[in-house]
Design a protein around this ligand. Structure first.
Ligand code: ZN
Length: 363
């Protein structure tokens, strides 16, 4: 992942810290300095936030390990200042499975809170307003406060604002009654209404709520659209979208040859061969970047993407679509009994979705 710090893998899952995390740390230092705290207390504050994000990581691992039970892999976990995101290969479509996966994260925070329960109750919490105002994180308040924050993490994540955990719980419960597209639509709408509330509350309470609100508004829409697109592909296989007449170039042809082919026809994605066998793929972005960096006389193999993705012709198109989304590739090679028979590009699938949407097919 770009612009992120990579941490050691846990349970085979890559963990990244997004660069914007540095802003959070800077903000803590800045606000603590402004409050007149000394270096020791600022140190405790930073340690606290880092520990908090260890809890967030464990929360995300909760989702990931629950998903693993249903055979769903997690690509990676990324920590942003507003929270963590576990990128699951796909969401379980069985509502019961989705319910378990959604609840597994907050459950981790509940467990952490239960472990810290003795220190939470053993701590002398400030009683009057003056003591609350001057309350700081130090060695005595560190663990009790971490316990309390885990309660908040669990509760906050369970707010039914799709795609937050609570919203996923809601979608799963709705899916038991409605079809998945409708259930997602309802959950996403409720999520967006709550998110607008977050944005407004953010102006008064905490600016982080504004970011979380915006994140939910965009996320809810994107995911509702995705579920809808997926539904239009129901019942189709790679056979329905495969292009058997596709453009191929040799790896030693020049970037300029690719430019001519790009401008000449409608194809934007090309297969690159080496002695007649698939070597890589070339899309419009590769060609444009190739002109800028290598020049038009450079051979194609210097700019082609050599990661080849294959699918069987009998593969459901929904799975092919997931492959596209996970890999960010624009071409997938289609095989029939191990023989290359054609390619599918993202445009093919998009066209099929548009056609079926126009036909009003919503199975
Ligand atoms: Zn979660």
């Amino acid at each position: 992942m770009k612009h992120a710090l990579s941490l050691p893998k846990i349970a085979g899952i890559s963990i990244y810290i997004h660069w914007t995390f540095a802003i959070l740390i800077a903000w803590i230092i800045f606000s603590n300095l402004r409050a007149g705290l000394d270096a020791v207390h600022i140190g405790w504050s930073i340690l606290f936030v880092l520990s908090l994000f260890v809890c967030v990581t464990l929360h995300e691992l909760g989702h990931a390990l629950a998903a693993k039970r249903y055979g769903i892999k997690t690509t990676d976990i990324t920590l942003y200042p507003i929270g963590g995101v576990a990128r699951l290969e796909k969401m379980p479509e069985n509502p019961k499975h989705e319910l378990v996966v959604a609840l597994a994260g907050p459950l981790v925070n509940v467990v952490i809170m239960l472990l810290l329960l003795p220190v939470i109750f053993g701590f002398a919490w400030p009683e009057n307003e003056e003591a609350q105002r001057t309350f700081v994180i130090d060695q005595s308040s560190f663990l009790p406060m971490l316990g309390v924050v885990n309660v908040w993490l669990a509760l906050f994540n369970l707010i039914p604002a799709f795609p937050m955990d609570g919203g996923r719980v809601l979608r799963a419960l709705l899916s038991m009654q409605l079809n998945r597209v409708k259930a997602t639509e309802v959950a996403a709408t409720i999520g967006q209404i709550i998110a607008i509330g977050f944005v407004f509350a953010g102006f008064y309470l905490n600016p982080f709520l504004i970011f979380i609100g915006l994140f939910i508004i965009l996320g809810a829409r994107t995911e509702a659209e995705m579920v809808k697109s997926q539904s239009f592909l129901q019942g189709y296989t790679a056979r329905d979208a495969v292009m058997t007449n596709y453009q191929a170039l040799d790896r030693n042809q020049s970037v300029g040859d690719a430019v001519r082919l790009l401008l000449d026809g409608e194809a934007k994605n090309f297969l690159v061969n080496e002695e007649g066998r698939p070597y890589g793929v070339l899309n419009r972005d590769h060609i444009i970047r190739g002109i800028q960096t290598a020049g038009e006389s450079a051979p194609i193999h210097t700019v082609a993407d050599t990661n080849l993705l294959y699918t069987d012709i009998a593969m459901p198109l929904q799975e092919v679509m997931l492959k596209f989304q996970q890999s960010k590739q624009t071409i997938i090679l289609v095989q029939d009994r191990g023989e290359l028979v054609g390619i599918i590009d993202l445009d093919n699938i998009s066209e099929l979705i548009m056609v079926n949407a126009a036909r009003g097919r919503t199975t």
